[in-house]
Ligand binder design. Structure first.
Ligand code: ZN
Length: 328
């Protein structure tokens, strides 16, 4: 894979937010800052249709600064907020969906996302907590009594899902109504259940949200309970986008690039390595609990250093991989 924007690549490496950039004649990439310091920005995309209307993909983290940047960027391309005709969201996370409500209110444009993503928003986002009482989940994972309080406290502090109700629910392979463009919705579950990429065949562009990213491998199962295993779903979704290897990828973070098949392969390896590690611990026998399995895996920060949210996240990941391994 190789970066197709030096500006975005350099900014990504430096951890700063690059400026707006034209990707095609009528397509722009607008990086918008996000809080937390871990990931500097998410990328909003603008398309101008053949009638002068503007279409937004992933309206970024909601803040007054980002809103101001969006308004000024629209002016810079000769448009205004009132010209926005549609707002499409790849998935439910606040760095992608954040300003959807504000932009809808100011422009009157409809918000659209996949029907399964709307279901996930309505159902609450925490995979484990949503299915049973938190205490019961932790006990079933074999979490020692003295470690449960810190995880339960963390659960109370998780930010609530942004309660958005879309005006249009998208389905697999649907064409978006953007005059002069030919955009197809590709549902790519894994990161969240209704995560969708957008494919622009005329411009050979692939909007990948958090499904395939150039600098990190997005987490899986981050959109509430699912009937199917997020790892299995994710691997199938990687296969789907890999067919468009000559398309330029417009990701939700980082920089645009070409080489989606190679990058998808790296993401697949990243997650399969963790599954193999879990399988190896299970193969040693003794029917270990999730807590016992997790304690024998390698963690970047070190198992003993994990606490609160990170401990919860490590256990939830381990549970998802065990389920994937046991399903064969
Ligand atoms: Zn995300």
């Amino acid at each position: 894979m190789h970066a197709t924007s030096i500006t975005q690549f350099d900014a990504s490496e430096a951890g700063v937010v690059p400026g707006c950039e034209r990707v095609r004649d009528n397509v722009w990439a607008l990086p918008l800052s996000m809080p937390g310091g871990h990931i500097p920005y998410s990328i909003l995309y603008l398309m101008r249709d053949s009638r002068g209307g503007v279409h937004v993909v992933d309206p970024g983290w909601d803040s007054d600064d980002n809103w101001q940047t969006l308004v000024e960027t629209l002016q810079a391309i000769g448009a205004a907020v009132a010209d926005v005709q549609s707002i499409t969201v790849t998935h439910l996370h606040p760095d992608h969906i954040g300003m959807a409500e504000r932009l809808r209110g100011a422009s009157g444009a409809p918000v659209q996302l996949h029907a399964l993503e709307q279901r996930a928003i309505n159902g609450g986002v925490n995979r484990a907590w949503s299915t049973a009482a938190p205490e019961a989940v932790l006990s079933s994972w074999g979490v020692p009594d003295d470690r449960q309080p810190e995880i339960l406290r963390m659960a109370d502090r998780l930010p609530p899902q942004i309660p958005l109700t879309a005006d249009r629910l998208l389905v697999d392979d649907q064409k978006l109504d953007i005059p002069g463009f030919d955009i197809t919705v590709m549902r790519t579950p894994g990161h969240t259940p209704g995560h969708s990429c957008l494919r622009d065949d005329a411009n050979r562009l692939l909007y990948t949200g958090d499904h395939v990213l150039p600098t990190m491998h997005g987490g899986l199962g981050l959109g509430g309970p699912t009937e199917t295993n997020p790892i299995a779903d994710y691997l199938a979704s990687l296969e789907l986008v890999s067919r468009y290897d000559d398309y330029e990828v417009l990701p939700g973070h980082g920089y645009r690039f070409v080489g989606v098949r190679e990058r998808a392969g790296q993401s697949e390896e990243h997650h399969l390595n963790r599954s193999r590690e879990v399988a190896a611990v299970i193969a040693e026998g003794g029917e270990p609990t999730i807590w016992e399995i997790a304690s024998r895996l390698t963690w970047t920060a070190g198992w003993g250093q994990l606490n609160g949210f990170f401990l919860y996240s490590a256990l939830a990941q381990t549970a998802m991989h065990r389920e994937f391994v046991e399903a064969g």
